[in-house]
Design a binder for this molecule. Structure first.
Ligand SMILES: Cc1ncc(COP(=O)(O)O)c(C=O)c1O
Length: 374
């Protein structure tokens, strides 16, 4: 089945009334009736199993667990590691992941090295006998660095290191890291999978049952699992994933091209621009470029003016929904990353991140033009 059809028909749940959409099993517990598949909803729930099954198939994985947020998913994955384990992570990641690693995982004795994982030889130099995982986002948030998943995975296998890819930015519609050799895929399902900025969720998909069983064990112990209603909403959102991603992709290409023509915009970070350093690798490993664009404008004043003046874009945290959003990373997603680290990487007071939605691209471009010159 092709992926756009899978978005609708991955689910093979049978319902005795013939319900087309998955029923919401809003029950904390299940009585013993001879069918003991479900016992208690923290462990598993039929509505959650259904969306897990859909996401597992979309990512072509062996197991999938759904969580109450992307951060709950990342926290669960980090529980695979123990004191003295070493993790090599991208130096450009969602700020919440960095906050978790630096403030909690490090206290548990897990060692981190941050590096630009788009430079494979720099990654190899950091591998030591305790290295247990390489953690990447590609494209990364918010600098859009592109990491060669197949190349990193090939090297990691030689050293028995697992590769974890946060695939939030492209979604399985455009990129399937497990098919490229990664071991674990993470999603903030809050973003493209849900697609409507109305529900939080997270997913962990693995390439082996063994790894999946470990995640299930941690998940039921921590307990940050996805509620039945949110499971229903995410599964409903996924039905239109293909349509949304195609529209978002074509909108983003047009918006990014427009932004490159504005002299007040000093840099445009979008993996769909041929001038982007990672363009070829992204093209090799994905079937699209996605809807995330970052820009550096000429001054802090202009950045603030844009945030205050946009009308269709909303100045809000998050990404991946049908509505276009604009984010100020230093005040929002990356506020907890130390200022000197942020500045060193170019995430400064002139830096904005755009999440392109499904509106008409002409309106999006006009909105940005009016915000810049208005
Ligand atoms: C790439 C990425 N991963 C994970 C997360 C965390 O997801 P959530 O907000 O659903 O906890 C985010 C949130 O913005 C993100 O951008």
């Amino acid at each position: 089945m092709e992926i756009d059809t899978l978005c609708l028909h991955a689910n093979n749940m049978e319902d005795k009334f013939g319900s087309i959409s998955t029923p919401i099993y809003q029950s904390a517990t299940f009585y013993h009736n001879g069918n003991d598949e479900y016992s208690y909803s923290r462990l598993s729930n039929p509505t959650r199993s259904s969306v897990e099954n859909v996401v597992r198939k979309l990512e072509n994985g062996k197991s999938c667990n759904a969580f109450s947020s992307g951060m709950a998913a990342i926290t669960t994955v980090l529980k695979l590691f123990k004191k003295c384990d070493h993790i090599i992570a991208s130096n450009d990641l969602y700020g919440g992941a960095i906050r978790l690693f630096n403030n909690f995982s490090k206290l548990e004795g897990i060692d981190f090295d941050y590096v630009d994982t788009s430079n494979t030889s720099d990654v190899v130099k950091l591998i030591n006998p305790n290295t247990k995982a390489i953690y990447i986002e590609t494209p990364s948030n918010p600098l859009m660095q592109v990491t060669d998943i197949a190349k990193i995975s090939e090297i990691a296998k030689k050293y028995n290191i697992i590769v974890i890819v946060d695939n939030t930015f492209l979604s399985p519609y455009f990129q399937r890291p497990l098919e490229l050799g990664a071991d674990i895929v993470i999603h903030s399902g809050t973003k493209y999978l849900g697609g409507h900025n109305d529900t939080l969720s997270g997913f962990v998909i693995t390439n082996s049952i063994e790894l999946g069983d470990k995640i299930t064990f941690i998940s039921k112990t921590i307990g940050a699992t996805l509620s039945p209603f949110d499971s229903f909403l995410i599964e409903r959102g996924i039905k239109t994933l293909a349509l949304r991603m195609d529209r978002i992709n074509s909108n983003a290409i047009k918006v990014a091209n427009f932004l490159t023509t504005i002299s007040k915009i000093k840099k445009v970070y979008y993996v769909g621009l041929k001038s982007h350093k990672g363009y070829e690798i992204n093209k090799k490993q994905s079937s699209g470029f996605g809807g995330m664009i970052s820009i550096e404008v000429e001054s802090e004043e202009l950045a603030i003016k844009i945030l205050n003046n946009v009308k269709i874009f909303k100045y809000a945290e998050s990404l991946g929904g049908v509505d276009s959003l604009i984010t100020y990373p230093i005040k929002q997603t990356h506020a907890d990353v130390p200022e000197n680290e942020r500045n060193a990487r170019g995430i400064n007071d002139r830096f904005l991140r755009l999440s392109i939605g499904i509106e008409n691209s002409i309106d999006l471009i006009n909105d940005l033009r009016d915000a810049i010159y208005g």
